[in-house]
Design a protein. Structure first.
Length: 210
């Protein structure tokens, strides 16, 4: 399976989203899978299931209604975002398995830094234990069209977490959030991004998700 990795740097949200839609529509059976690694300027995104009451006080940060699954989340500088444009027919497994594999990639990446990440039932994403509470460190949201995926994951690395207090993250009131830098990670963001892409590539195309 041929996979193209694109490092897009700091990219405005809406043009990136439109580019994903266009890439999805123009896919053919010969199109390679693509992983886009980037970060966004501050933006709240409201998924198809998103309720506006979960956006508490956006202030000067724009709110964009989009076509992925899930509720509201925040993207900003210092957050690793990977968009996954994958052909599900070629992959040979379904969306539930894909979600598991993406989550497992993040859990395995965190394990490289001696951080224990885990899932919570019915709450997509990856969590860690901070001050005796579950704190979300990575969010997940996908769109399936033309037998292929777009959107993907966001992993909090070294960012201003304050905007998360302006929303109910993923629709959960007062859900704690954390980031890798606060958990002792000293790698640079590009180093961790490279490891994340390698882990994703291995887990998405391996035989078992673990």
């Amino acid at each position: 399976m041929r996979t193209v990795v694109k490092a897009l740097g700091l990219a405005e949200y809406e043009p990136t989203w439109r580019a994903m839609q266009a890439a999805n529509k123009s896919r053919s059976p010969d199109s390679p899978d693509e992983l886009w690694l980037l970060e966004h300027p501050p933006v709240f995104t409201l998924g198809l299931a998103g309720k506006s009451e979960h956006v508490l006080a956006p202030g000067d940060i724009p709110v964009v209604k989009i076509d992925r699954g899930g509720q509201v989340t925040y993207h900003g500088p210092g957050q690793l975002v990977v968009y996954v444009m994958l052909d599900l027919k070629q992959l040979g497994y379904g969306v539930k398995e894909l979600v598991k594999r993406i989550e497992q990639s993040i859990i395995d990446l965190l394990a490289q830094y001696a951080i224990e990440g885990y899932r919570l039932p019915g709450m997509p994403g990856v969590y860690v234990r901070v001050a005796d509470a579950d704190a979300k460190i990575a969010a997940l949201g996908l769109r399936i069209a033309h037998h292929a995926t777009y959107h993907g994951l966001s992993l909090n690395f070294d960012m201003d977490l304050e905007p998360f207090s302006r929303i109910n993250p993923c629709g959960y009131e007062a859900l704690a959030v954390t980031q890798m830098r606060d958990l002792g990670v000293t790698d640079t963001m590009p180093q961790t991004g490279e490891k994340l892409i390698a882990q994703l590539s291995s887990t998405l195309y391996g035989k078992h998700h673990g």
